[in-house]
Ligand binder design. Structure first.
Ligand code: SF4
Length: 246
């Protein structure tokens, strides 16, 4: 049986926790990469980590819009919603789905997202606002809302409620797996990182860093290891690529 990540030696790096510490140090020194991928590293409790969004409502709304859509497009749509005074669930809950649809027409699958945003907004308003709905005690309720899967639910909990959780994602699982040199499932990575790190800043930095590396370098089929900021600590790069590329 595979050892739990928290029990295993992190290959070239020592323990899993020690590996995470090294990654945190590297992400901390490469904030510009994270920023190029839409993460604004700053105060641990600031909402702006989430692409410069200002409020819990803006984080939640943009989390729906970003599914299968580029962040640049989402950002433009969010700026327009903000300008029009409707980047909040109070206003969206009162609007017709067709009107929401017109406002978000630049994002992919806007019709579906308009319907989901309306439903989410109504639920949030019913409970007293986004921060009331997005709370660890409501995780099951969040998962019942159309358009919110495990990754989105835990992302909202981390970036809105500052809950000590780590969102499961395919990027994190691939990058972490390659760094430590063994397959890691999304759920396993989510659990192990949340157990190993308790600091909100570090959890946010780890999520933003792994997603950024995954998007910028760690392509599933053709990773760009020579450019990657993790190349000096990555098992895959040091033990696989080195033989091929020499
Ligand atoms: S060095 Fe290569 S395999 Fe390792 S994380 Fe970076 S891109 Fe992925």
């Amino acid at each position: 049986m595979l050892k739990k990540l928290s029990e295993m030696e992190g290959s070239i790096n020592g323990s899993f926790t020690y590996t995470l510490r090294r990654l945190i140090h590297i992400f901390q020194s490469n904030k510009e990469l994270l920023s190029s991928q839409g993460w604004v590293v700053g105060d641990p409790y600031s909402y702006s980590w989430w692409g410069g969004m200002r409020t819990p409502d803006e984080i939640a709304i943009s989390a729906f819009l970003v599914q299968l859509t580029k962040w640049e497009v989402v950002r433009e749509v969010m700026m327009k919603l903000r300008e029009n005074g409707i980047s909040n669930v109070e206003e969206l809950s009162k609007m017709d789905i067709d009107d929401i649809d017109k406002e978000i027409s630049k994002v992919n699958f806007h019709k579906t997202k308009a319907r989901r945003l309306k439903a989410f907004s109504m639920e949030a308003v019913k409970l007293g606002g986004v921060t009331a709905l997005v709370s660890p005690i409501n995780e099951e309720k969040l998962l019942e809302i159309e358009g919110i899967g495990k990754e989105t639910a835990k992302s909202l909990l981390l970036f809105i409620s500052n809950a000590r959780v780590f969102p499961p994602s395919s990027y994190s699982a691939i990058v972490l797996g390659r760094v430590i040199g063994r397959h890691v499932s999304q759920e396993e990575a989510s659990k192990a990182v949340a157990e190993a790190l308790s600091d909100i800043y570090e959890l946010k930095l780890m999520h933003a860093g792994l997603i950024s590396v995954g998007k910028a370098y760690c392509n599933r089929k053709k990773p760009k290891c020579h450019e990657c900021i993790l190349r000096d600590v990555c098992h895959y790069k040091l033990n696989t690529i080195s033989y091929i590329d020499r």
